[in-house]
Write a protein that binds this ligand. Structure first.
Ligand code: SF4
Ligand code: SF4
Length: 303
């Protein structure tokens, strides 16, 4: 049987901490992944081309992956003496797909906070349209740019997306170019603290199993599109499971200035997405009126 041709990846970095590359290395089936995907170039992983050699070669690229925030200012970021305009100007027209991994490549992330005029994501500057490529990039093959935000991106989100692209399966994107298969969920879905959320039982400190982190600890789970309480990190856990609030890292508003604070208006917290203020406060008021004995106990206490 002839060997299947591997799907080729060129991975280019803008302004980044390497977090998304490191996250991918945590993928538990990384060896199997390397059998069907092949890195033409990656700045950290073994690959046959240097960046310069890849630019000089005619090699076609199945997926161009961009990690890190972008800037047209070559004095702000350069690779081997080349600015991002030059690098992406050469590689982009050879790529069938373009995927921005991480919140920085998608929306500018933490780096755009330093200079929002000059530092941006591929198609967005935070919540505003109009990033490095304008606001509606199509590759030469007519495909839309795909955003996979997260700080860092979950490795399973990268693999799942690449598998769908490789097998030419449809990728339904939301208005921020995120695959709905992953980002239609909220981090709140699958959180083990949902019962505490429903009955408005608060958690007053980090790192314990009891209580909801929404009311006092700044948890963004009900406003954040991600499936990380369903597809767990390291196949084991998630932030809210270990008692740390969701920071909303997949949203263009990330990073907020006050990550561990729940904004309140007259002591009422922000409202989860898709729920009217009136309905939420009415239900919350009723739920708070009940005393659920079970939810007042430590989960691990002996009877
Ligand atoms: S801790 Fe956060 S994600 Fe979990 S139930 Fe509360 S608000 Fe939702
Ligand atoms: S729980 Fe929230 S902050 Fe943590 S990875 Fe998921 S979306 Fe990002």
């Amino acid at each position: 049987m002839p060997e299947a041709t591997p799907f080729t990846i060129a991975w280019v970095q803008g302004l980044t901490c390497n977090g998304n590359s490191h996250s991918l290395l945590n993928y538990t089936q990384f060896a199997s992944f390397c059998e069907v995907f092949s890195f033409l170039y990656h700045p950290l992983f073994p690959s046959p081309f240097t960046l310069k050699a890849l630019m000089d070669s005619p090699a076609a690229i199945d997926v161009l992956i961009i990690e890190g925030a972008l800037s047209h200012d070559a004095s702000m970021i350069e690779r081997h003496g080349m600015g991002l305009d030059e690098i992406l100007g050469v590689l982009m027209p050879r790529a069938t797909h373009v995927v921005c991994v991480g919140s920085c490549a998608s929306f500018g992330g933490v780096f755009k906070e330093r200079d929002p005029e000059k530092i941006m994501g591929g198609l967005f500057r935070g919540e505003k349209k109009g990033g490095f490529f304008g606001d509606a990039l199509k590759t030469l093959a007519g495909n839309s740019l795909v955003n996979l935000p997260g700080c860092p991106v979950h490795p399973s989100w990268v693999i799942e997306t690449l598998m769908l692209l490789k097998h030419r399966r449809p990728l339904v994107l939301d208005t921020l170019c995120r695959p709905k298969e992953i980002y239609a969920y909220l981090a709140h879905h699958g959180c083990l603290r949902n019962e505490y959320f429903e009955w408005k039982v608060d958690c007053d400190t980090f790192g314990i199993k009891e209580g909801c982190l929404f009311y006092e600890q700044g948890c963004q789970g009900p406003m954040t599109h991600a499936n990380c309480n369903k597809i767990l990190w390291n196949e084991t856990s998630s932030k809210t499971r270990v008692g740390s609030p969701c920071l909303g890292c997949t949203e263009p508003s990330f990073p907020r200035q006050t990550l561990f604070l729940t904004p309140k208006y007259m002591s009422l917290p922000a409202v989860p997405v898709g729920i009217s203020r009136r309905a939420y406060y009415a239900l919350a008021g009723v739920a708070k009126g009940f005393r659920i004995e079970r939810l007042e106990k430590r989960l691990m206490d002996e009877d």
